[in-house]
Design a protein around this ligand. Structure first.
Ligand SMILES: Nc1ncnc2c1ncn2[C@@H]1O[C@H](COP(=O)(O)OP(=O)(O)O)[C@@H](O)[C@H]1O
Ligand SMILES: [Mg+2]
Length: 276
């Protein structure tokens, strides 16, 4: 008669269940990765170089084939449906698009032409596409200024914006963003993440973003996962991760000796406990 159940927990948009990825039939890179990406949130996939972040994103967007990689175990569900046998273009039509690491632009096209290529899967007509071009320019005023410039002659930050803007032109529900901060000056990194937040809040786009820059990612994300050698070693809300002593020590305050393995710390603590 009277429904007193608490409001439903946030809907999971993407679910990765215990996937294994093998390259060239022999190199095992992901050793059982599971993720839950809530609808409407920003989820960070963290970890050092070679941890398996890009491989995870490519497994989701079905871009592994061209790399001779294969999901050999586990499942990937988008809105509850299995998507791992779809081709990338079908997935784009379903609302999932990846912005690749290294922001690949069409160098000989102008900024605006690059953005328009992002609308290639759409069938809703020119007027709607032009409206969205306006929408992209509101989030990226810099791109409006540079609209007639050849993409190859724009800066790294501008190219990252072009790559993100082009993804937005497909009207995605979810963007897989790979290392947006790579090679950019700190101030620009901040700008890019501000735009991610604005698009997330303004358009309701869900983000799964891979980052080595733990510090900045955890300031903008809502939840996060830390990958090491193809395994999730930690997960939680961004706040929990920011406050976790091991994350602080090994991912937020990097020592000059470089980054130690998170798993090393844990086994070290375990030994210490036994000795005590
Ligand atoms: N095409 C490939 N063939 C073989 N091994 C690969 C390939 N791509 C990546 N790897 C290996 O997989 C591991 C994870 O790489 P990657 O997913 O790119 O990590 P991250 O994005 O976290 O830096 C690394 O050891 C890398 O050398
Ligand atoms: Mg990578």
């Amino acid at each position: 008669m009277f429904d007193e159940r608490p409001p439903a927990a946030t809907e999971t948009l993407l679910e990765v269940n215990n996937i294994e990825v093998i390259y060239n039939h022999v190199i095992l890179v992901l050793k059982g990765v599971s993720l839950h990406v809530p609808k409407g949130g920003i989820t960070a996939l963290l970890g050092g170089n070679g941890a398996g972040k890009t491989t995870t994103l490519k497994a989701i967007s079905n871009l592994l084939q061209s790399e001779r990689g294969e999901v050999t175990k586990g499942s990937i569900l988008y809105r509850g449906e299995r998507v791992q046998d779809l081709d990338p273009a079908t997935l784009v039509r379903r609302g999932v698009i990846q912005v690749m690491e290294g922001r690949h632009c069409f160098e000989h096209l102008t900024v605006e032409e690059n953005l328009l290529t992002g609308a290639y899967t759409r069938t809703d007509g020119r007027a709607a596409i032009m409206d969205d071009l306006e929408m992209v320019y509101t989030y990226f005023p810099r791109l409006r200024e540079r609209r007639k410039s050849q993409a190859g002659y724009t800066s790294g930050g501008e190219q990252q914006m072009v790559a993100m803007g082009r993804a937005l032109m497909s009207r995605p529900e979810m963007i897989l963003l790979d290392e947006p901060s790579m090679g950019l000056a700190p101030q620009l990194v901040e700008q890019i993440f501000e735009i991610v937040r604005a698009v997330n809040e303004g358009e309701g786009v869900t983000f799964l973003l891979a980052e080595q820059n733990t510090n900045v990612a955890l300031r903008y994300a809502h939840t996060g996962y830390i990958l090491e050698s193809g395994r999730v070693v930690m997960e939680g809300s961004a706040q929990e991760l920011r406050e976790n002593p091991d994350v602080k020590e090994f991912y937020l305050g990097m020592s000059d000796k470089g980054r130690k393995s998170f798993r090393d710390v844990r086994s070290y603590r375990r030994r210490k406990r036994w000795l005590a």
